[in-house]
Design a binder for this molecule. Sequence first.
Ligand SMILES: C[S@@+](CC[C@H](N)C(=O)[O-])C[C@H]1O[C@@H](n2cnc3c(N)ncnc32)[C@H](O)[C@@H]1O
Length: 286
Amino acid sequence: SAAQRAGGMEKREEAGIEAGVAAMAQCYQPFDPAAYLQYNYTPPRADFSRLDSIVPWKLGCLHRAFTAGDICGGTLVDVGSGPTLYQVLSGCEVFEKLVLTDFLPQNRAALRRWLGDDPGSFDWSPYLRHVCQLEGRSPEAWREKAARLRSVVTDVLPIDVHRPAPLLPGALPGPADCLVSSFCLEAVSPDRPAFTQALRHVSTLLRPGGHLVMIGALEESYYLGGPGVRIPVVPVDQAFVTASLEECGYTVLEFCTYVLPADMCVGVDDVVGIFFLKARKKKVAL
Ligand SMILES: C[S@@+](CC[C@H](N)C(=O)[O-])C[C@H]1O[C@@H](n2cnc3c(N)ncnc32)[C@H](O)[C@@H]1O
C-alpha cells in the first residue's frame, strides 16, 4: 500500500541519516580545539578594530538579541559550544543558569580550563572587553563579566544532536528557557534531512514559548577542524533554514545575514556568509 511504501521510504531515509551521522562522528575525532580557535577566533576574523570583521558582527547580533528584553529567564543552554564562549557573553547577563554542551571531550576540557582560570586557556578578554563596551560599560569591566560568566555556568555536558534525547537523562532539571547554537547543526549533519531532524531533537530541550538564537554558516561545504582535518558541512541557505524551523514548530522573529569580505576568506573553510536568527518555539504542539 501507499502507507507501507511511505513507511519504507522513511526507514530508508533514517538508515541513510544514520550511516552519514556515524561518518560525521568519525570526522570529528581528530578535531583540534587550539587550531580551530586560531583559525576562527583571532584576526582577521576577530579584529575588533574593524566593524566588518566576522566576530564583531556576531557579537553585535547577540548583544541586540539579549538586550531587546524579550529573552531572559532561568536556564540558557548552548548547543554544541565547541571550545568557544563568545556566543554566551551577552546571554550570561540575563539568565540565572547557563549550561554549555559539546560532543567532544577535548572541547569540553577546553571550556573547563577557561572556567577554571587555567593560565593556558584561550584568552577571551578582547571579546569580554568588546561586549562590555556594547553594554555601555568600560572595557575594564571585563573581569567582572568574566566572573559573572564563570558564576552562571552550572555544567559542561556531553551532547549528541543526532539522538532523539540529545542530553543524558536527567541532565537538565527542566526544559530550557532559551537555546543558543552557533555553527553546529550544519557542521555536524551529513545532509539537509539530518539537519532538520537534529533541530527537532534539540527543540525537545526547549520549553514551549522559549527562544532559539542561532548563528550558522551559509553555503559552506567544509571547514578545517585542525591541520588536515577536513570536516564536511551541509550547505544551507535562508530558505532552507527558515523552512526547517517552521517544520520544527518555530516562529522566526528575525533573520539577518552577513556576506564575508574577501579578506576574511583565509583558506580554513569555503563559507560564503553567516546567518543570525531569533525564533520562538510555538506554544501549541504541532
Ligand atoms: C563548527 S564547531 C562550532 C563550535 C562553536 N559553537 C562555534 O561557534 O565556533 C561544531 C561543533 O559541533 C560539535 N559536534 C560534533 N558532532 C556533534 C553532535 N553529534 N552533536 C552535537 N555537537 C556536535 C563539535 O565538537 C564542534 O564543537
